[in-house]
Design a protein around this ligand. Sequence first.
Ligand code: UDP
Ligand code: MG
Length: 363
Amino acid sequence: MEEQEKQDKPGSEVQKNEQEGKGSSQYRGNQRRRFYNRNRRYYSPRYSQQNRDRIKFNKVSIVIPLLNEEESINLLANEIRKVLKQTDLSYEVIFIDDGSTDNSLKVVKEICRTDKRFKFLSLRKNYGKSAALQVGFLQTTGDAVITMDADLQDDPSEIPNLLKKLGEEFDLVSGWKKIRHDPFVKKYSSKFFNFVTRIISKVKIHDFNCGLKAYRKEVIQDIQVYGELHRYIPLLAHWKGYKVTEIVVKHHPRRYGKTKFGISRFFKGFLDLITVVFTTRYIRRPLHLFGFLGAIAFLAGIVVNGYLSYLWVTGGYLSNRPMLFLGILLIIVGVQFFSVGLLGEMFVHNTRSEREYIIKERG
Ligand code: UDP
Ligand code: MG
């Protein structure tokens, strides 16, 4: 029995592997983390049976991007403390100051000075929410990660619910602001946007861009959020093979300050959708997309010009047939699409890396 326990002690297997020089450094890193977590989860006396049943994670990292939210931060920090105290869960809160020009940084610094569970990073300028999230992700040490907005629109009381759902063998749980407290235009444009995204991506969730989400650590290690792709994190995760789901969360009207995203979000959002579809579905097989479009254009051009050729052979005149130009155009466009696809394939061929294939488990 004692022998068995010794075997199960955190790190023992990892150390053995390391001595034998087995695996890559990343492999060893993952093994250590998972082994440690697993043991902590089952052996630490700190976790009562009841809490273990409810939330299956050891430590949660809460990442909060913020831009000029000075009035909300203290209230949010207090709320988070209150909610997490009830769960007996160890946690860290990482504030990312995304180039605020008000007193946000000062407020954050004061919180971090008095409470060591709170950390902050301040970006030199405003890089955008995606960049702030990505920077925050790199700092996390928990085995579960929560993201939430700093403006008090997301409710910290949902954190335990998200974690519980995440524990049900999901990798990402997205919040769904079913009852949403935002201006009319924003509410309905967002509904349309979510509808289109759902149709195109076939990911069956209602609210892709909810600030409140929970992730397993592996997910945030594997996805890259840049530009304004934070709107599509569930898609990025889904197409990497992670299990994505949603739960309904509470949403509040903005109490202080104003929104950082205008109506332009709508148009940019659709361009970003094209980026996401391309980079997740076709990045490794560009000819499938461009070749398909090229083949359609080329064939349509051949049909049009074939028909005109037939008319010409049977005695017709082509001088007053604008369709001829359409046929020529389609053939040229078709060839161009094809060429772009082939060029893409050449890039892909030269930039393959093992990192793309995410391994779920090893034996
Ligand atoms: N935010 C940020 N950088 C930006 C824009 C926004 O860190 O460039 C933060 C902002 O402070 C808030 C969250 O992202 O905590 C969501 O922003 P906002 O509330 O303006 O978005 P909305 O709720 O209107 O969609
Ligand atoms: Mg907001």
